[in-house]
Design a protein around this ligand. Structure first.
Ligand code: MSP
Length: 511
């Protein structure tokens, strides 16, 4: 049995959830469902990052106190994930008192060990990013993310001796090539580490400038820099499950993030773990960015797609399918209503939807729903079974590596094959001829078997659709294909299936 501690980023509460957060969270949920389905121990954490300049500014803009603001938006995140069926085990807020204690404990320890020192620093600071920039990193003197001119800030602060861990981190990443995936992001992290001397990290903010944070345990005039605070939310959340679980699962940590926060996770975080004497995460999984038209989609740029709106209009299963099928993990992808509708109509309404409705309708019309004998398999039957057996083999191998688009592609090849099988075997013609009726029954039995396999394989990806398919087939739902299963064993003789339902109505586009 494998063990997995899976995390999404802890999202900033400066705005409400959009497609980007939804994608990462659905990826984490799908992966967790897949691993649990095969019997692994999984804890999935998500949550909210609630301190720092950005949040204080968002609260002020909303005319609220930081506390009222973070309570409200954090609840929106949590309710959104509940409404769309995310199976998280822990939801951490960085304003939780237990987390504050953890952060202070780590700070005190790293400080005592001499890896945190007091010093002076002046530099160009972007409020949007909450960090200092070097001249080199700016584009035409502006922040590359926010296109704003950073302000010059000079102040005394506490620094984490990140530079000390530069060489150990390079050595670690060289010895553990799988630690950051896909490979392009490992290369990016290594390039950052090798190209220049890693400075020390400013980890405090004077209270005179920012009060909304976790107080440093060794100087009450300062609060903790938001990243030093938020990253420690990952262990804080797991500690909530007890010391034993923490000890067992922490070394099995898998972080899922978008490429925007690669530096914090591939450089700040591992050096922090080294300084704190904690085991390194097992893997950092980095995905690309969803864009819409030209501009990058992020909260600060106000170009968003709200998950609950999509759910209301098209249903969550269609949205899950689109997100998981359209983005190759690690690469960027575009979202538009056209792409969405085309994909959903083609794959879900037509391909899968038709297979389900035709099969179950014929099964009902010709045999009153009762499953018939498989008889002697023909070459066509064998090819159909082989197609699904390929998907059964390929899907878990892809899903394990978060290559969900390939996993779905593989299953859809089999579904496609099943639709062609309907055409070539032509059960509707066979059923009209008394002598051929047994063969029609056998063909439909093969097709029902295909629907069973489809439901079992789809369970982590489209859980509601899988559940509906199991109900239509009138069988006990499973979270994964049972190991005892063989083609032809899912539906015993005399078993009856139910009349079809429309799983995915075709989305009509107004001219
Ligand atoms: N609070 C930090 C993370 C701290 S983790 C200890 C943060 N929060 S965020 O709200 O800005 O979320 C960033 C994450 O949201 C990205 O890493 C990614 O997971 C997701 N996305 C936000 N916009 C996105 C896209 N346009 N496309 C894909 N995912 C993106 O950073």
């Amino acid at each position: 049995m494998g063990r997995y501690y899976i995390t999404t980023p802890l999202y900033y509460v400066n705005a409400e959830p959009h497609i980007g957060h939804t994608y990462t969270t659905i990826v984490a949920d799908t992966w967790a469902r897949f691993l649990r389905g095969r019997g692994d121990e999984v804890v999935l954490t998500t949550g909210t990052d609630e301190h720092g300049d950005k949040i204080a500014a968002a609260a002020a803009a909303a005319g609220a106190t930081p506390r009222a603001h973070v309570d409200r938006i954090s609840a929106v995140f949590r309710q959104t994930w509940d409404a769309i069926g995310i199976t998280y085990d822990q939801f951490i807020r960085t304003t939780d008192p237990a987390h504050r204690c953890n952060v202070q404990e780590v700070l005190a320890r790293v400080h005592a060990a001499g890896d945190i020192y007091f010093g002076s620093y002046g530099g160009l600071y972007c409020i949007g990013c909450e960090r200092f920039y070097t001249e080199k990193e700016l584009v035409d003197g502006r922040c590359p993310d926010h296109q704003t001119v950073p302000v010059y800030l000079a102040e005394d602060n506490y620094f984490f001796r990140m530079s000390k861990y530069q060489a150990p981190l390079i050595a670690y990443l060289e010895a553990h090539p799988e630690a950051i995936t896909p490979e392009q992001y490992r290369n990016e992290a290594l390039a950052m580490l090798r190209s220049e001397a890693l400075g020390d990290l400013c980890i405090s903010r004077p209270k005179s400038r920012l009060e909304w944070g976790i107080e440093l345990p060794f100087d009450t005039n300062y609060v903790t820099y938001v990243w030093f605070d938020a990253l420690l939310g990952y262990p804080s959340a797991l500690k909530e499950r007890g010391e034993q679980t923490f000890a067992r699962l922490w070394p099995e940590t898998h972080h899922i993030i978008g490429k925007d926060i690669l530096k914090a996770h591939a450089i700040f975080w591992p050096t922090m773990l080294m300084a704190a004497g904690m085991p390194m995460f097992r893997q950092l999984h980095v995905h690309g960015y969803w864009s819409r038209g030209e501009s990058k989609m992020s909260k600060s740029l106000g170009n968003v797609v709200r998950p609950l709106d999509v759910q209301r209009r098209f249903g969550m299963e269609a949205f899950r399918y689109f997100l998981l099928r359209e983005m190759a993990f690690g690469h960027d992808a575009a979202f538009s209503e056209d792409l969405f509708i085309t994909r959903v109509n083609a794959d879900l309404a037509n391909n899968l939807g038709n297979l389900v409705s035709r099969t179950l309708a014929m099964q009902q019309r010709y045999f009153n729903g009762v499953i018939q004998d498989l008889g002697t398999w023909t070459g066509e039957d064998q090819e159909l079974a082989a197609s699904f057996e390929t998907a059964i083999r390929e899907m878990p191998a892809f899903a394990e590596k978060l290559l969900f688009h390939r996993a779905l592609e593989s299953l859809w090849r089999a579904i496609d094959h099943a639709n062609k099988y309907v055409v070539t075997t032509s059960p509707f013609t066979l059923a009209k001829d008394a002598a051929q009726r047994p063969r029609a029954g056998a063909v439909l039995h093969h097709l029902c078997e295909a629907l069973y396999v489809t439901a079992a394989l789809l369970a982590p990806f489209l859980p509601e659709t899988a559940a509906r398919l199991f109900t239509l087939l009138d069988v006990v739902p499973v979270a994964a294909l049972p190991t005892t299963w063989r083609w032809g064993t899912a539906l015993p003789g005399e078993h009856s299936t139910k009349p079809p339902e429309i799983l995915f109505p075709r989305i009509e586009v107004k001219p």
